[in-house]
Design a protein. Structure first.
Length: 373
């Protein structure tokens, strides 16, 4: 029932927001005692703001005209857009109240919450993308890297839906610069339309051109890049117990594999111990394959961009292609599979991992495959 409440937004003719029913979620209740800076949120705490955002959203003709799937995504993103503020809000030395990093933290918190509730993958990831970038339409047009940022966000969410979340966000508050922000959102819509990424991902001349563009600074987006890659690193990605090992056996059984689980067994390192030595040993084995120009598998959790980044950069330094295979299973399945493994990871460790969980995007790799088990 809880999931149905989230994925089934208010309907015509009344479009009544179910305030009382939403209180079943502890993360909703946590919004009320969370303060906000009166300069940007004179209306009050985060729960007051969220209520105003949702009331505004369901009144927008553009939201009412969406498909049922898109309505649900925008509704859920608007409900959860500030879900991490209770954990990121602090009072600065000058008395100002800030919530730095709440968009990225909100993405990861929403992913965990929706995964635990069994939300469909495509809906969940659209919502997470909308949360991560929900403030971008406020100021994208003023940034020097507007083209790059528009292209990046278009790979994980739709700019047309993002603009609706942003519009509800700014109209659902009390602030002095509302009209300037509303104007910026309209300019965001126009800019993304001109860039060809308003309701679809930005296109690139080739997969390699896309990868090089996001690795470089000040590179023209539409200029093709000569593909001189040599070798390929297939990077597995997913929580422990999701089924990465089975996927490697099924899809890449004939390729050499760098496995951090095998290194832990060989080096007798517990999953709860410091993993620095394991990661370094894995990196050295990766480097050996890259030097030879091999096609090989790197099998580890690789759960966030910070973890994936150094290995992806290393592959780029050696001129190798990067193919990410992201593997996911529903929470009950994953925990059951993990308990059946020889190298079982403590469930407390898995739950901590979900707090830093970022699904990869095509901004990181030449190819991305999603395997839902």
């Amino acid at each position: 029932m809880s999931l149905n409440l989230l994925v089934n937004p208010p309907t015509a003719p009344a479009y009544v927001v179910p305030w009382n029913d939403l209180q079943v979620f502890d993360w909703v209740r946590a919004l009320e005692p969370c303060p906000q800076d009166p300069i940007h949120h004179a209306e009050g705490n985060v729960w007051i703001h969220t209520r105003m955002v949702l009331e505004t959203l369901v009144s927008l003709p553009a939201w009412r005209a969406l498909s049922e799937v898109d309505k649900a995504a925008v509704w859920l993103a608007s409900l959860m857009h500030d879900v991490a503020k209770p954990f990121t809000t602090k009072e600065e030395s000058d008395g100002r109240i800030t919530a730095k990093g709440h968009s990225r933290a909100g993405e990861m918190l929403a992913r965990r919450l929706l995964w635990e509730l069994g939300a469909p993958f495509s809906l969940r990831e659209m919502v997470c993308g909308l949360i991560r970038y929900h403030q971008i339409p406020f100021y994208l047009i003023e940034r020097d890297d507007a083209q790059r940022l528009a292209a990046e966000l278009s790979l994980v969410c739709r700019a047309d839906l993002l603009a609706l979340v942003a519009e509800a966000d700014i109209r659902g508050r009390v602030c002095q610069d509302m009209q300037r922000i509303v104007d910026n959102i309209e300019l965001f819509r126009a800019f993304c339309t001109e860039e060809g990424c308003f309701d679809k991902p930005r296109t690139f001349p080739s997969d390699h051109s896309r990868v090089v563009y996001f690795r470089s600074e000040n590179r023209p987006l539409d200029v093709p890049v000569h593909d001189d890659t040599r070798g390929e690193m297939i990077m597995m990605c997913g929580l422990p117990g999701a089924g990465k090992d089975s996927c490697v056996r099924d899809r890449f059984g004939d390729l050499p594999v760098v496995s951090l689980d095998e290194l832990r067994a060989t080096m007798d390192v517990d999953p709860e111990d410091n993993q620095g030595a394991i990661v370094q040993a894995g990196k050295e084995k990766v480097r050996e394959h890259l030097r030879r120009g091999d096609r090989f598998v790197y099998n580890a959790t690789n759960l966030n961009r910070q973890r994936r980044g150094p290995l992806i950069s290393l592959a780029g330094d050696y001129g190798a292609r990067v193919h990410i295979v992201y593997v996911e299973a529903p929470m009950p399945t994953l925990l059951a599979q993990n308990r059946a493994r020889t190298a079982r990871v403590p469930e407390a460790v898995i739950r901590r991992m979900t707090e830093r969980w970022e699904v990869p995007s095509l901004a990181e790799a030449h190819r991305l495959d999603v395997v839902l088990r």
